[in-house]
Design a protein around this ligand. Structure first.
Ligand code: ARG
Ligand code: ZN
Length: 493
């Protein structure tokens, strides 16, 4: 699902024109209205299709990447995924996954070949629109040559069957993600590039889709996915969970985490259903953080606007080798005891990061800076340090100008630093400085408009800069220059 603007159609139209499939303005308006001059050969621009003559549509391969320099193989061109359906079983004893993924997409160009991103186990069969199709694998590229050609604008369905042991992916900063086996199941996360470890996908935040996971696990274990639980049935020692994500989701926010969990279902004061799954070892330590989810939901709704999803909750699992939490859509996931601060951060991400996702990974401060600022705001609301005090403390503006902290570019921190304190802390400081610059009212409007305009979509730093200028009526070139586009500790803005 690309953003509901001109993008997809615009590209498709350009491709059609380039392929000679659409009449160009010259060809279309070539019929004179007035008396025809002496008969002769109908004029047609050189290289353009002659009127009345059917042209042969041209087909070409979709791009193998969307061109994000941080992860050059990520994402693919030529199509737009609408829905992923993954039906699988997983046995923690053998770590074997047996899966069928059904991907529904629309072609955005005439395709004779396209790529998916996939690092998972061995593929046993692959069909496109029900016909067996040739495929090959090269790194994370799954190259599919459909039996029949795919026409621009048409829907097509890919079914991939695979079985084997999925595993983790290591990131440039050394952290792990993807499919991470635990002592009682698997911890499943995908930011920024882990989801293809277990799901063939168009792994880019610029192609959101709806998802359904049907997960069969040994009785006694729980499989927790994004969205709402449609059903849970036990038969012959296996329990099948069906999870439905009804709003568009970026692939990196998908999870279907498996383990022994204590589950609590409730409803927030505004009527949003909540599903919280906690590893029994972490229940006591995480109780405070989890109990504040409803309060966080209300607080952020007041500041950011309507909560974008149909459900909320959390997954608190024991996977200490991971060492970070993630804002998996509708249910943030923790790899150890959840703290109140981190819970607030991950809930704030549901608006900023999940509903509004970064267009390119260099825009990561739009995720981490906003979620960290939400955390600061919640801390103040909850009776802790004021936002102003946090801005000034020694992890933030209080750092010496000579600190290496100031030597990373916020607008383009690089793949090694994308989850370092730069996007989080300098990002949140940027928002607080902006608040001081434009005033309370304009700042409140900017936060809400950002969530509203780009809901279920993606946006880039330049979009934020123009929104801030529009809402404040100020020229903020110099302001954003020192905070975003220059290294060094800002001294005046
Ligand atoms: N976005 C996550 C958070 O702020 C952090 C993800 C870190 N991912 C990683 N591969 N290191 O909660
Ligand atoms: Zn975050």
């Amino acid at each position: 699902m690309t953003r509901p603007r001109l993008r997809a159609t615009g590209l498709a139209t350009a491709a059609l024109v380039a392929a000679g499939l659409l009449a160009t303005p010259t060809a279309a308006s070539a019929v004179p209205a007035k008396p025809t001059p002496a008969p002769g050969k109908p004029k047609a621009a050189p290289g353009k299709p002659k009127p009345g003559k059917p042209c042969t549509p041209r087909y070409s391969p979709g791009a193998p990447s969307i061109g994000d320099p941080y992860f050059p193989d990520q994402g693919n061109g030529g199509y737009d995924v609408k829905h992923y359906d993954l039906d699988f079983s997983y046995d923690p004893a053998t770590q074997v996954m047996d899966a069928t993924a059904t991907i529904t997409a629309h072609a955005t160009q005439n395709l004779d070949r396209f790529d998916l991103d996939f690092r998972g186990p061995e593929i046993t069969s692959l069909t496109v629109d029900g016909k067996k199709s040739a495929f090959s694998r090269d790194g994370q590229e799954l190259v599919v040559t459909p039996h029949g050609k795919l026409k621009a604008g048409k829907k097509f369905t890919v079914v991939v069957k695979y079985a084997g042991v999925p595993g983790p992916v290591t990131d440039p900063d050394g952290s792990i993600e993807g499919w991470i086996p635990t002592d009682d199941g698997a911890f499943v996360v995908g930011e920024p590039q882990g989801t293809p470890a277990w799901l063939p996908s168009n792994d880019t935040p610029t192609d959101k889709a709806t998802f359904r996971f049907t997960a069969k696990v040994p009785e006694g274990l729980t499989a927790v996915g994004n969205g709402q639980l449609l059903s849970q049935r036990t038969r012959n020692g296996w329990t099948t969970f069906v999870w439905d994500s009804t709003e568009p989701m970026a692939t990196y926010l998908a999870t279907i985490t498996i383990g022994t969990f204590e589950v609590t279902e409730s409803v927030t004061p505004s009527g949003i259903p909540s599903y919280v799954a906690i590893d029994p070892r972490l229940v006591a330590g995480s109780a405070n953080a989890v109990s504040q989810i409803p309060k966080m939901m209300e607080f952020f709704t007041g500041k950011f606007g309507p909560y974008p999803f149909a459900s909320t909750g959390a997954i608190v699992d024991y996977a200490p080798q991971v060492g970070y939490a993630l804002e998996t859509q509708t249910k943030p996931i923790f790899s150890n005891t959840a703290s109140v601060g981190t819970m607030a951060h991950e809930i704030a991400h549901q608006w900023y990061g999940n509903s509004v996702s970064p267009e390119r990974w260099k825009d990561i401060w739009l995720n981490e800076g906003f979620a960290t600022y939400g955390q600061w705001m919640y801390t103040e609301f909850n009776g802790g340090a004021t936002v102003e005090a946090t801005f000034n403390n020694s992890s933030n503006y209080g750092r010496a100008a000579t600190s290496s902290f100031w030597q990373v570019l916020l607008a383009d921190p690089g793949p090694m630093e994308m989850f370092s304190s730069i996007p989080y802390n300098r990002g949140a400081m940027t928002l607080h400085a902006l608040r001081g610059k434009v005033g309370e009212e304009a700042f409140a409007r900017i936060l809400r408009r950002w969530a509203a305009i780009h809901r279920y979509s993606h946006a880039a730093t330049a979009d934020f800069v123009s929104l801030a200028e529009r809402e404040s009526g100020q020229d903020l070139t110099a302001f954003f220059d020192v905070w975003l586009f220059q290294k060094g500790k800002p001294t005046s803005w």
